[in-house]
Design a protein around this ligand. Sequence first.
Ligand code: GLU
Length: 419
Amino acid sequence: MKRSKDSILQTSLHNFELTAKRLNLDEPIRQKLAEPREKIEININPTLPTGKVVNVKTFVVRHNDALGPAKGGVRMTQDVTLDDITGLAMEMTWKTSLIGVPFGGGKSGIRFDPASSSPGAKEVIIRSFTRGAIRHIGPEIYIPAPDMGTNEADMGHIRDCISYSEGTSITKGCFVTGKPVILGGILGRRQATGKGVVYTILAMCEKLGTDISKMRVAIQGFGNVGSAAAAELAKRQAKVLAIADLSGTIANPDGLDIEALLQHSQATGGVKGFKKATQLDKDSIFETDCDILIPAAAGSQITAENAEKINAGVIAEGANAPTTPQADEILNKRDILVIPDILCNAGGVFVSYLEYTQETQREQMTLDKVEQRLSKRMTQRFNEVYDFAAEKGITMREAAMDTAVSKVVEAVFTRGLLP
Ligand code: GLU
């Protein structure tokens, strides 16, 4: 996966500016929403278990908290920037607003390659980040969660680090979501984003009068989102024809055996070399002849260079900001239906909200209940955005952004802080 010259921040700002124009936002509120409320760089210098001292840049951004405390994941990659985190925090503001949970938008970042370290070293870095960022984290301030490069074990360490600093067994309220279930996490959170992607696809099939079992799908990314989406699609008899990850691209015209692929990927660290598939060129995933393409990896992957070659009728954005503005224009001209990221991948933060309420109320929610609520919310929101787009003759991205930004604007004015 290439790092594109188009940045996540440029894409987020571009989509926001177009929305501000459509909504005719006044200058003070436009400016307020174009900038994050707070962005912080924290440098940490932990000693790893090997004795080596590393200097690591970390970032916390709170974009907006009109609707509630900032919510968003911790991204850990070798090249994450403060700009990326700023763009992603803005995306979270629109995502939480659209999916209808009482949160604002935030994000944090740790510039470190998790694949290059041992689990012990990663834990040290996560704990060091938590200590450095502790005054910016809290149930009423910013609540982290997993994102690219981090997982539930890391969220468990964040929670432990905070409760340890208080000298208590648990935290006072929910400081972090996506935790291991044994530490107060919620059942189904790990699969929630991927399943949510599939629930929007199901709702789309319903609208288009087709059945999910007839869908042929290609997926970029076989991490938390891509693998859960693939498993859910296979369960519903859709054919997953091709999957790409950092190791390579594999394809099978009869549909990949996802269960066997999950085992292969866990054992070898990637999809490459999977026996029951053809090995393809890394970047060929976007050219797969299919009905639905799911980008579920990094940002800025669908660009002006490859958008013309896409051979799918629908793009379901499992990743955050996978499509650059130029590519978006090409896709629209080509009448490719894009289910936008702030809708398509909102299942993760929706279930994070359920975890937040569960912890606050010291409740325990069953997996059935979590899945029922997730499916209902994703379907409802998909239908609202789809119908609004059809009624106004605009794209689903425009409809989703108009809905999300309007709600945040309303909250800002209802608070009475501006102008
Ligand atoms: N990292 C996920 C996202 O980008 C989930 C965020 C959360 O649960 O707070 O939506």
